[in-house]
Ligand binder design. Structure first.
Ligand code: UDP
Ligand code: MG
Length: 136
């Protein structure tokens, strides 16, 4: 069974800073994930805190919010068959050391904090996250 889904990708500050945006976008194209919308922005710490609210009780929350707001990011809506799962597959495990060969995080991630990309983890969260960045 396959269904067309949309998911949210963020190219995080460490990757934007190293000019990896185009290289990472190549992974999307190569894996049949279509770019529907894309914009380069910088979020405030407050916006980062709102976006990552699900993690508010975690010990890394404050560092995570500082990090996401530390420089420009590129937010992208991806669309394709089973896009949420497919994109998480090519993104790789949260910790780049544990990510499989051929994944974005294995190739470009620096550390568990600076892991280059974000991806939605469920249909519900994908909807919320897309709405968060692309309200209009
Ligand atoms: N994170 C971190 N330390 C941890 C776990 C997560 O800094 O021990 C950061 C990391 O940047 C990760 C983000 O918090 O991408 C969100 O964590 P989540 O568990 O949702 O991982 P993801 O869905 O991004 O793989
Ligand atoms: Mg997550």
């Amino acid at each position: 069974m396959s269904s067309v889904e949309q998911t949210l990708s963020i190219i995080k500050p460490d990757a934007v800073e190293r000019n990896l945006t185009e290289k990472i976008k190549q992974y999307f194209v190569n894996n049949k994930l279509k770019i529907v919308k894309e914009k380069k922005i910088q979020v405030t710490k407050e916006e980062a805190a709102e976006f990552y609210k699900v993690h508010q009780t975690k010990p890394f929350y404050d560092r995570l919010c500082n990090y996401l707001s530390s420089g420009p990011i590129t937010v992208i809506i991806l669309e394709g068959d089973n896009a949420i799962k497919e994109y998480r597959k090519i993104m790789g495990a949260t910790d780049p050391i544990k990510a499989e060969d051929g994944t974005i995080r294995k190739k470009y991630g620096i550390s568990i904090d600076k892991n280059s990309v974000h991806g939605s983890d469920s249909i519900e969260n994908a909807k919320k996250e897309i709405e968060f960045f692309f309200k209009n």
